[in-house]
Each structure stands twice: as structure tokens, then as C-alpha cells.
Design a protein around this ligand. Structure first.
Ligand code: AMP
Ligand code: MN
Ligand code: MN
Length: 347
């Protein structure tokens, strides 16, 4: 492939080319550090653990990095064995290749020093990835970052152990909403078949992720459901959880995971929003985390999130803001209306 052929109109290398460049780095380099986005979800963690297994199988020296503020992990992910995990970037960063997984922009990882790696491999599936790596392997068609790691694994001829297969499977089912979101295509099911063949115990994973729920998580869901607000004929369905709500329910921050799916499921909803006050270390800072979901392609929520410095996918995006609740809701209503009911151009 010539240089020209490998670059599309936007000056971005094709994924065939970036795939080869990633494979080359993995084959040639010997020391790695792996990182994912802050507040890691199932895809971030599954990709991290799977990449670690992959590099270890190839005899490489690889370290997984997770920042101390993200530990301990949410209860549903604690089964991941994070052997050799580091909570501070190693001193020899300039000699290591740093692999960022499921991380749409560099600000989503707090460890700035990681940018001093010898090479930065940016492996992700967010269409709005800011392409901060020395190699940007961004595959927006992939259902999850784990699907990209799965593809690399086959490219390197690594046979997955059951533990590696399970890590990939966790990324797959969490990012596809158990095969129900629009990103679920034939490849997602092919990947599932391959991983189950490699030893994934489907029901065991399901129980760990979606059952064994702490009662406080259900209490938080009840609080959210009891204060649902609907705007503009229900096009926007929103629930806002305050720090007091979390205290009331004795809930941890991560217990809000999944609430937004209930909001999106309400009849007439175009966009669901879950707003939660950031607690713990950030309590009192007045910052809020906003999760957005769209029910169809009429609204691109990643555009709305990006206006506030966040990002994500067309139908799932998020941002963090210092806006108070009232102006925040006004902003969301305006941004949704601008997409659903654009004002006619002035004559
Ligand atoms: P969440 O609502 O946190 O489950 O996130 C939904 C999607 O939006 C995921 O793909 C996230 O990676 C992305 N996302 C969430 N928050 C941000 C942010 N602050 N910046 C960029 N992307 C984000
Ligand atoms: Mn993620
Ligand atoms: Mn993902």
C-alpha cells in the first residue's frame, strides 16, 4: 500500500495500516505500560487485562497502570486478577511503549507522564478519538476496544487462555449492552463464539457482572427512579443524583452504572441523561458527571458531550461539568432541540 493509498481524505491512516503498525510495535518492543480511561468500565478493564495476558504470552515485560483514585475497582470487576498492577507510572517510562486502551482523549488519563513513553499506541473505538498517539489504531466500527484487542491477538497468533478470553468477553458484553446496542453486528457474535469456544463460562460472567448486586445499588436505583424528570414532551428524560442521595442509599459512585438504561427505556424518550454529583475526593468541588444516551440516530449525543469538553459515541457519551443543575438542564434541552428541531435558516 502506498503512502497515498493508506491515507483517507481526512489524512487519517486506514485501519489496515494502523493495525500493522501496532502489530509491529508489539512484535519488536520488549517493555510496555498499559493504561485505560479514568473510572474504567468493563471494556477499559477487559481490554487492559486481555492486553496484559497477550503481551505476557509473548514473553514481554508489561505493567498495567491504574491510578489510585480508581481503586478499588467497582465490585462487579473485582474478579479481575490484576497481578503486578502499578498505581504510579514506572521510572523507566521513556524506555517503554505505552498502550492506551478505550481512551478517546489523553485528558481521560490523569497520568501525564505516560505521554513520555517511547511509543504511544492509542487503541480505541471512539469515533471522536483525538488521535494523541504515535500510532492511532482507532476502529469506530468495532463494538468495543476488546474487539480490537481480540483482532490483534489473532494477528499475533496468540491462543487465548480462559482468563484472557473472559477479559475480552467482559469488554464485549458491557459495551454492547449484552448484544443489544446498535454496535452489535455479526463480528460481535463471532467474537463471542470464539471466546466461548476458548473457555468462557457465560453464566458465571453474567452472575459476576449483573447479579450479586449490593442492596445499596438497588436503593440508589430506587432514588433515581423516584425523581425522573421529563422535558419537551418527554424527548429528554433525566434523573439527577446528589451527593446526599448517594449518602442516603449508602451507595458508592459506581453504583449509578446501569441506571441510565432505565431512563432510555421510557416511552417517547429521545435522549436520556443521568446527572450525578461527583463525590468522594471531589466532594464539594460542585462538579457533575453527565451520562447521555440516545434512542436512535436522530440525536448525536457525542456532539452534545463534546460541546462541554467530553465525548463518546453517537448513542452513548458523557462529560463532566461545573454547571449547576438548572443551567445544565437548559443547556441539554437547547442542544437536543437544535438537533431535533433546527430553526429554519433566515430568509
Ligand atoms: P458513560 O456515560 O460514562 O457510561 O460513558 C458513555 C460513553 O461516553 C463512553 O464511551 C465513554 O468513553 C464516553 N465518555 C464518558 N465521559 C467522557 C468524557 N468526559 N470525555 C470523553 N468521553 C467520555
Ligand atoms: Mn469505556
Ligand atoms: Mn469502549
Amino acid at each position: 500500500v502506498s503512502e497515498e493509498e493508506s491515507i483517507d481524505g481526512a489524512g487519517i491512516e486506514s485501519t489496515e495500516v494502523t493495525r500493522e503498525r501496532v502489530l509491529e510495535r508489539i512484535r519488536e518492543d520488549s517493555r510496555f505500560v498499559l493504561a485505560a480511561h479514568e473510572g474504567p468500565d468493563g471494556d477499559a478493564l477487559g481490554s487492559l487485562v486481555a492486553m496484559q495476558g497477550l503481551l505476557t504470552a509473548l514473553g514481554k515485560d508489561s505493567r498495567m497502570f491504574i491510578a489510585p483514585e480508581d481503586l478499588p475497582l467497582p465490585y462487579e470487576y473485582r474478579f479481575f486478577a490484576l497481578d503486578g498492577l502499578i498505581q504510579a507510572p514506572p521510572a523507566d517510562i521513556p524506555q517503554r511503549t505505552v498502550v492506551f486502551l478505550d481512551c478517546g482523549n489523553i485528558d481521560r488519563n490523569s497520568a501525564i507522564v505516560l505521554q513520555e513513553g517511547k511509543h504511544l499506541l492509542n487503541i480505541d473505538h471512539h469515533h471522536d478519538n483525538t488521535r494523541f498517539g504515535t500510532v492511532d489504531h482507532v476502529v469506530p466500527d468495532a463494538s468495543c476496544t476488546a474487539e480490537i484487542v481480540w483482532d490483534l491477538m489473532h494477528g499475533l497468533g496468540v491462543r487465548p487462555t480462559p482468563v484472557l478470553a473472559r477479559a475480552l468477553y467482559v469488554g464485549l458484553i458491557t459495551d454492547t449492552g449484552r448484544f443489544m446496542y446498535e454496535n452489535t453486528g455479526p463480528r460481535a457474535h463471532e467474537m463471542a463464539a470464539d471466546l466461548i469456544g476458548a473457555g468462557v463460562d457465560v453464566q458465571d460472567v453474567y452472575r459476576r457482572l449483573y447479579e450479586e448486586m449490593p442492596p445499596a445499588k438497588l436503593a440508589l436505583l430506587a432514588l433515581a427512579l423516584s425523581q425522573i424528570q421529563r422535558f419537551d414532551s418527554g424527548e429528554l428524560t433525566l434523573a439527577a443524583l446528589s451527593a446526599e442521595d448517594f449518602q442516603h442509599a449508602s451507595a458508592q459512585d459506581s453504583y449509578s452504572e446501569g441506571i441510565i438504561d432505565h431512563l432510555r427505556s421510557i416511552q417517547g424518550t429521545k435522549v436520556a441523561a443521568l446527572v450525578r454529583e461527583l463525590s468522594d475526593s471531589e466532594r464539594g468541588s460542585g462538579r457533575r458527571k453527565v451520562s447521555l444516551r440516545a434512542t436512535d440516530d436522530d440525536v448525536d449525543v457525542s456532539l452534545i458531550a463534546r460541546e462541554q469538553g467530553g465525548g463518546g459515541h453517537r448513542r452513548a457519551a458523557g462529560f463532566t461539568t461545573t454547571l449547576e443543575l438548572e443551567p445544565l438542564i437548559a443547556f441539554l434541552r437547547g442542544a437536543i432541540a437544535a438537533q431535533l428541531h433546527p430553526a429554519p435558516a433566515p430568509a
